[in-house]
Design a protein around this ligand. Structure first.
Ligand code: AMP
Ligand code: GLY
Length: 391
């Protein structure tokens, strides 16, 4: 961002500090990226002060902030999702386990940066995982309540829509790759890559998701007195019985946002302004029809504690081939740009079809180097069967 805009670092990310910064710069429209300030009430505070902002209030952000709130909301609104039970102590957890078959899914109720979901294969593994979640050893207080959930199989799809509290504007479907290794092996991460391609859902499937998930949630939240505005992200499992919701996020996904931004043809600024003013009814989005792919370059050790401080080379060469390289965990130092987090860069490119978007992205990835760099080599592969003619 620093190459196209002036970056300001707020003193802290609490709502008061963010509002103070927006007021000192007289910011016309604030768009909140991450979930923590939303859950902490940044939108409530900006609205009280009469400043335009995109995102849900703290009450509506509970759709991401609490897995249990999300499950209960889905039950109320009739949104399809996996069967679940919520537990707060080990004895209750063990007795609830008896009512599920394996594999079973265990989810920390609170925010855990993508690390609070465990899929376990047998009773022994489940008991160990429940102990480390409930004791706080795994994700701290976020795990003091656990949702035990039926395991769903199918293909995962990320479906994101923008809402002004009343109207719902769907974005193109995307697919994330959460596991650290190729072939969806290894532990879950925040996301190792994503692609955007209209073909991920048929038009009938996309309308089914709108009718059964997005509209019921936006209408239900409004009826419940906490209207949802901002980006609503449904993580879906496309099961034999239709789409079922795995989770909600209350923001654009990372890394889904990167290919979405490349594939979107419309200027986003007026769309966001209309959303902040409650005027989305009049807005539509243009998509180039071009798929885009983002490959995340991560540090050695990720999703565990990452190795950082390594010099990064080749970004200019990658971008001169037409890719856009998003920075996630980098830092400028006198020696040059270095890695500074688990997910370091998101290398993103589009093409007239998915195979060429994948090829262009990996060509750009090939120009970038830092010590211990790891990335998946199969981002977008699942989508290739929808492009038989182009292969
Ligand atoms: P969540 O943070 O709830 O999206 O969970 C993270 C990942 O765990 C999802 O992207 C899925 O890959 C997996 N997952 C979550 N819930 C389930 C479920 N009920 N059945 C199968 N996989 C799941
Ligand atoms: N890619 C999923 C997320 O942003 O949490």
């Amino acid at each position: 961002m620093a190459s196209i805009a002036t970056c300001h670092k707020p003193e802290s990310s609490n709502p008061e500090a963010l509002l103070g910064l927006a007021e000192s710069l007289d910011v016309a429209l604030t768009v909140v990226g991450p979930e923590a300030p939303l859950v902490a009430g940044a939108v409530d505070r900006f609205r009280q002060a009469g400043r335009l902002i995109i995102g849900p209030t703290a009450a509506a952000a509970r759709l991401e902030g609490s897995k249990l709130f999300a499950k209960q909301a889905m039950q109320r609104f009739g949104v399809p999702t996996a069967r679940y039970e919520a537990v707060e102590d080990y004895a209750a957890a063990v007795s609830a386990l008896g009512r599920f078959s394996y594999p079973v899914v265990l989810k920390a109720d609170g925010l855990a940066a993508g690390k609070g979901v465990l899929i376990v294969q047998d009773r022994q593994e489940a008991e160990e995982a429940l102990r480390s979640l409930l004791s706080g050893a795994l994700v701290g207080g976020a795990g003091s309540r656990v949702v035990i959930e039926e395991y769903l199989s199918g293909e995962e799809v990320s479906f994101i829509a923008l809402s002004d509290g009343e109207h719902v504007l769907p974005l193109a479907p995307t697919q994330d790759h959460k596991a650290i290794f190729d072939g969806d092996k290894g532990p879950n991460t925040g996301g190792m890559g994503a692609y955007c391609d209209a073909r991920i859902l048929t038009p009938a499937q996309a309308s089914e998701v709108m009718e059964r998930v997005m509209l019921p949630v936006v209408n239900g939240m409004r009826r419940d007195g906490c209207p949802f505005s901002g980006f609503l992200y449904a993580g879906l499992m496309m099961t034999d019985a239709g789409p079922k919701v795995l989770e909600f996020n209350v923001r654009l996904g990372d890394p889904e946002a990167q290919p979405l931004m490349l594939s979107l043809d419309s200027d986003l600024a007026p769309v966001l302004m209309a959303a902040a003013r409650g005027e989305l009814a009049a807005v539509s989005l243009d998509w180039q029809g071009c798929p885009s792919v983002c490959v995340v370059l991560a540090s050695e050790g990720y999703p565990g504690p990452p190795r950082t401080g390594d010099l990064i080379s080749g970004i200019d060469e990658a971008e001169s081939s037409g890719a856009l390289v998003f920075h996630a965990g980098t830092k400028h130092t006198p020696e040059g740009l270095v890695s500074a987090g688990g997910r370091v860069l998101g290398v993103t490119a589009s093409g007239p079809d998915l195979p060429s978007a994948i090829a262009r992205t990996y060509q750009a990835v090939g120009r970038i180097r830092f010590r211990g760099m790891q990335f998946r080599r199969d981002i977008g592969q699942k989508g290739l069967r929808r492009w038989p003619a182009a292969q």
